[in-house]
Design a protein around this ligand. Structure first.
Ligand SMILES: [Zn+2]
Length: 347
């Protein structure tokens, strides 16, 4: 059985690599080692998520290509950014990493998640076309690079950065995500949240109440939602991947049970009128949120039963507990097998 800490990209190949290679793959990587990399040709552009094939490819096959984190950042430099007006003064920017929410008005822009730094020019362009006002407040839904890479430039332009205290913790220190085979160095000073909160924080800006709520450990240990009360728009961060199996970052405190709890919390918060912004995937509403919750619960129950019966991870994967859902949900870098693994760990 592969070690829990081993990269998803690598674990299937554990038995075939040498001890020396294993040592190299796990130690002292402040940047990605090209020998572990996956092909940039295999990255999916539009939604900012990666393809399934790349995730489970054997290392070595794509020796001259790049690590998935580096490739995603590079790809974002040419990604198109689409503006989607939602309701009242709330819009979404789609196309650079996680979905970004924007509230405009005389108090300056309030932004939820900052996308990739490599998309700076395109994000700036899109924001300037919306409204000439400066960015005054930035909220991070969690610490992941595809939601926080733009922190530094937005803060340099004058924005305060608000986040959960665990998000600041992960951005402030060296943080390794085994499943991405990548170690993030501490973020630059300007990218670190300037204000943190524990459970709840309410802002009132641009005639809009913005409620920030901590989920508890779910996708990571620092996930928060942002609810624009008068507009009835909820940004769920990466507790919701609409139409994709979600990534769950166990290396920084995420787990499947927390993901299900977060999905329940999102459902409890919305009405038929609420516009819901997922971290990844199309902006939608309550029916799609409910469907996602049902997928998580059903797959968790199946995998938990297999685990209770004493099935190993390999046996659980071989039982294909996600099969009925794969054609609709295995649409990013999380295949049915990878998702089974992510669920099995925490089931
Ligand atoms: Zn994330």
């Amino acid at each position: 059985m592969p070690r829990r800490t081993l990269s998803l990209a690598n674990w299937q190949w554990l038995q075939t690599i040498t001890k020396k290679e294993k040592h190299m793959s796990q130690e002292n990587q402040l940047v990605a080692n090209p020998s572990h990399c996956l092909s940039r040709r295999r990255f999916l552009a539009a939604t900012g998520v990666f393809t399934a094939a790349a995730w489970l490819s054997p290392r070595g096959l794509f020796a001259e290509s790049e690590n998935i984190v580096l490739a995603a950042r590079k790809r974002a430099g040419t990604a198109n950014i689409t503006v989607q007006p939602l309701r009242r003064s709330v819009s979404a920017l789609v196309g650079s990493g996680g979905n970004i929410a924007v509230l405009t008005g005389t108090d300056g822009k309030v932004i939820i998640d900052s996308g990739y730094a490599t998309s700076r020019a395109r994000i700036s362009d899109a924001l300037a076309k919306m409204d000439p006002g400066p960015i005054k407040h930035l909220v991070n839904t969690h610490w992941h690079f595809d939601h926080t890479d733009g922190n530094e430039w937005m803060h340099s332009d004058g924005a305060t950065i608000l986040a959960h205290e665990n998000t600041r913790k992960h951005l402030s220190t060296t943080t390794r995500v085994e499943d991405w085979d990548f170690t993030f160095p501490p973020s630059p000073a300007d990218a670190i949240p300037t204000e943190v909160f524990d459970n709840e924080k309410t802002l009132y800006l641009n005639s809009t109440t913005i409620m920030l709520s901590y989920y508890g450990p779910s996708h990571t240990d620092g996930d928060v939602s942002a609810y624009f009360v008068e507009a009835e728009v909820l940004h769920c961060g990466d507790t919701w991947w609409n139409g994709h199996y979600p990534f769950i970052d166990y290396s920084t405190g995420g787990n499947i049970k927390g993901m299900i709890k977060a999905a329940e919390a999102n459902l409890a918060k919305v009405t038929d009128k609420t516009i819901v912004i997922p971290g990844h995937g199309k902006i939608a509403g309550k029916p799609e949120l409910a469907e996602y919750r049902d997928v998580l619960v059903t797959i968790h129950d199946r995998v938990a039963t297999l685990k209770k019966e004493g099935k190993s991870l390999e046996e659980a994967i071989a039982a294909k507990p996600t099969a009925a859902y794969d054609s609709k949900w295995a649409t990013s870098f999380i295949t049915g097998d990878v998702f089974t693994k992510l669920v099995y760990i925490g089931a």
